[in-house]
Design a protein around this ligand. Structure first.
Ligand code: ADP
Length: 266
């Protein structure tokens, strides 16, 4: 089974103040996935980020921060607003996948996952497994969930990757984003950034600057932390550039693609 994450940076115009889908990119990626599914039978789980749909409302409502009891109704409504926004993006994504003939089925995190202090502590994956066994492609995404400590929190697509990978025993964990992989510093703002084929420790980063984009869930550093945790469990993952045509197809076919493998050890 393969877990494939498609970053919000690829699917949406993340710098935009309004929610915009990058339709061309979405269509291309959907067709690359279909081509690979047609090539050989494989179980596939798709995770996507929230991009410009989720981050602005999450920031506005300051979900995940402590708040006064009197603010509860307002926070609850904000929670609903965010859930609805990310659901809209998911609808566009599933629509594109289904149009290609991929049996994509949305399984939103807010429907079955809860957290404690922003970390997933409960989420029964039996239904996930059942959909997989029947040949569906479950699609899950960055979302809001109830939190035992904070009432509400945001769960990133990257944390979902970590949770799913830990519990589903995948053969490959792939993250498609808008850069070739991990560098010692942000390649979008530093021309001299050095690329890593293999990444084993946060110490290899020059700065802990997260992302160029409006991101409340951690950007590249957040991603790496989740993936290093997986690496500690012996699960390797690979970050690749999903903006490069055919990269998603090739990586699903287990062909050589430029990217950063996150692992512990040599
Ligand atoms: P996605 O939405 O695809 O999950 P993010 O936008 O959250 O991705 O994170 C990817 C971004 O992180 C890149 O566009 C890049 O500008 C930024 N970034 C910051 N630091 C680094 C780094 N050390 N290596 C690679 N990218 C970095």
């Amino acid at each position: 089974m393969i877990i494939l994450k498609i970053g919000g940076s690829i699917l949406t115009n993340k710098d935009s103040k309004t929610s915009e889908v990058d339709a061309a990119s979405l269509k291309r990626i959907a067709s690359e996935i279909k081509r690979s599914l047609d090539n050989s039978d494989k179980e596939l789980v798709i995770v996507h980020g929230a991009g410009s749909f989720g981050h602005p409302p999450a920031k506005k409502h300051r979900i995940g921060e402590e708040f006064e009891e009197s603010e509860y109704p307002q926070k609850r409504l904000g929670f609903c607003e965010i859930q609805n926004e990310v659901k809209k993006l998911n609808m566009f994504i599933c629509e594109a996948l289904i149009e290609e003939g991929i049996p994509a089925i949305a399984v939103p995190a807010s429907g079955f996952i809860t957290a404690t202090d922003k970390r997933i502590t409960n989420g029964n994956l039996d239904l996930f497994k059942k959909y997989l066994s029947k040949g569906f492609v479950p699609v899950i995404y960055g979302d809001v969930v109830l939190d035992d400590d904070l009432e509400f929190c945001v769960i990133s697509g990257d944390q979902l990757i970590q949770y799913l990978a830990k519990n589903l025993n995948p053969s490959q964990v792939i993250l498609g984003t808008d850069v070739d992989g991990v560098y010692n510093k942000n390649p979008k703002t530093h021309d001299d950034a050095i690329f890593f084929d293999k990444f084993t420790s946060l110490k290899d980063l020059d700065t802990l600057e997260g992302t160029t984009n409006v991101d409340v869930t951690g950007g590249m550093v957040g991603k790496i932390k989740e993936l290093l945790y997986l690496a500690d469990l012996g699960i390797e993952s690979k970050i690749i550039n999903a903006e490069v045509e055919d990269n998603i197809f090739k990586v699903l076919e287990d062909k050589e693609v430029k990217g950063t493998v996150i692992s512990r050890g040599n």
